[in-house]
Ligand binder design. Structure first.
Ligand code: AMP
Length: 286
């Protein structure tokens, strides 16, 4: 991988990297298309990274279909699908990890997945080092991951431009995820509790419900009104710092994780003032 990447750099070609865990859906493919706009060659990594899974998590059962992924990446014009073995990434004696500060890694997903972001930061740092891309594309669906990667890239002077791509959704609003394949047919409707909570949150905020505790209480009841749901976290946070906000304002995001049927953990997030730019424009015009 590195030899190929070095050849491309010598030929003055820009490389874009899209890190993934495979089992591609339209979200992954849209990241590949975005990457193709940014560079001469696109590298997609496919690595179900063991260090970002907790001991009780779904590493062993994580959905995989390498042949299908290969065909889809080829269709998108991806130059290299880099799919290393775990033993190549973490050979015997491996003992170096990248730990991004707790302010970014301990709330939200970090609270229920201790060590997750150290696993993510370490593998992404290794991938940046192996591929040496000019730019890397990540999905906003994993908002906290984007914040952690941006911080790491700046703090370690990795020199990679980080691009965040909007969340791609099913027609009914469900954020696409490889883990949606775990949902049983009767659980599918409960998975909509996340995207519908985002819609409800925006409606409530537009009606003036801007105190986070009140807003979150309404949203929690809404999510729990769907069968088989339990709330892992539900927070109003600042879009960059990820710190809790007592009052909703322009920079606020709703971030949520919901367990469906006690087995499938889904996440979603979105702004609470989606129409802000339009509002600003019309206010200026007045
Ligand atoms: P994963 O294979 O789930 O680790 O995801 C690989 C990349 O795709 C990450 O940067 C994710 O944020 C991104 N991604 C996953 N789902 C979506 C989606 N529905 N829309 C946009 N990007 C996504």
């Amino acid at each position: 991988m590195r030899a190929w990447a070095t050849e491309q750099q010598r030929a003055d070609l820009r490389l874009a990297l899209v890190p993934t865990m495979g089992f591609f859906h339209e979200g992954h493919l849209s990241l590949m298309r975005k990457a193709a706009e940014q560079a001469d060659q696109v590298v997609v990594s496919l690595f179900v990274n063991p260090t970002q899974f907790g001991p009780q998590e779904d590493l062993a059962t994580y959905p995989r279909n390498f042949e299908r992924d290969q065909a889809l990446a080829a269709q998108e014009g991806v130059a290299v699908l880099f799919a290393p073995e775990a033993a190549a990434m973490y050979p015997q004696g491996f003992m170096t990890h990248v730990n991004v500060g707790e302010a970014l890694t301990s709330p939200l997903c970090g609270a229920s997945r201790p060590g997750h972001f150290a696993g993510v930061a370490t593998v992404v740092c290794k991938l940046f080092s192996i591929v040496q891309p000019q730019v890397a594309v990540f999905g906003e669906k994993d908002m906290q991951q984007v914040a952690v990667i941006r911080r790491m890239t700046a703090d370690l002077d990795l020199g990679v431009e980080i691009i965040a791509h909007p969340t791609i959704r099913e027609p009914d609003g469900l954020a696409m995820s490889s883990r949606n394949s775990y949902l049983r047919p009767e659980e599918r409707v409960s998975a909509l509790s996340l995207s519908q909570a985002l819609v409800l949150a925006r409606t409530l905020v537009a009606q003036g419900q801007t105190r986070s505790p009140d807003l979150l209480a309404r949203l929690r009841d809404f999510i729990l009104s769907f069968p088989h749901t339990s709330v892992d976290y539900l927070s109003v946070v600042h879009r960059h710092s990820l710190q809790d906000m007592a009052e909703v304002h322009e920079e606020s995001m709703l971030a949520l994780a919901v367990q469906i049927g006690g087995r499938v953990r889904l996440i979603d997030n979105g702004p609470l003032y989606p129409a802000l730019n339009i509002l600003n424009t019309s206010l200026c015009n007045e």
